[in-house]
Design a binder for this molecule. Sequence first.
Ligand SMILES: [Mn+2]
Length: 337
Amino acid sequence: MSEYVSNTTVQHIAQRVRAAKKIVLTTHMKPDGDALGSVLALERGLKTIGQCAEIWLMGPLETSLGALAAQTPLQFIENAAPGDDCDLVIVTDTGAWSQLGPIEAWLRARHADVIVVDHHVRGDDVGELRLIDPSAASTTQMLVGLLEAMGCEITPGTDGVAEALFVGLATDTGWFQYKSAGAEVMRLAARLIDLGVDKTRLYQLIEETSRPQRLALKARALASLEYLKDGAVAVMTLRPQDFEQTGGTIDDLPNLVNEPMSVGTVRASILLVQREPKRTKISFRSKPSTNIASQGEPIDVNELAQRFGGGGHFHAAGARLETDIDAARAAVIAAIQ
Ligand SMILES: [Mn+2]
């Protein structure tokens, strides 16, 4: 497999875009803020130079993100397919076949006309041209240079390019918390805010949309919290009755596993969830290394998850066990001790 690095320039992509008659914009399944922000920013930017592009997504798309599209039309592969008259495709925020499932065959059939713009470290040969920058905090950060090279305007307003770029930048940096939010990112954020981006409105729209059931489930999870290894590892459980009694669903679970991370001693957090008999899902998270002496070495949760037939990344992993939650919990605790 060829190396996942750039093989083109923004200038060359700009030429291809200007010469195209019909452009399709797409991104990974279950689009996040950066995925959606990047296709919205391109569609809106291209409009300012008279270029027409269609956005084709693979859901599900969270309602809160969908609202950000405002007047920009979104189409879903699940319902139809892009027309064959398209002569250029831009895939943003991924270059991995595993994240492109429903559109893979369609993309393979027009490999020469596919351009990938991505900031991930790994990817496949999804398109003839690739613009890859793992040092970029978000794909939308990469798009700024491309939009400028194409002569697109960074339009203000709730249907603007600026807001779409900001959404990707903010969500992929944990609202500017992560290391990736360096001086360049802050300068770009400032430029977008100068253009009128309302970050308080966006934060509310994207992050403050959960249902009361989520808080009720969180209360159950926190009530179950136990510390192991002198407080270094937090373990929480959610059982079938927790879902029944709160009315919560798996859609209310994102990020719940991270809650114990706010405790100073905690280096890893584990959430066990059982919703049906003999099936327990385990999420593992750990904190990155810091210079805080009391915190010790970071914990490799990928290695831990692999012991249960799962896997993932150093700081985020998961596993599924064909057992009830008590057996799963005992096994996890034994592995940690
Ligand atoms: Mn991204």
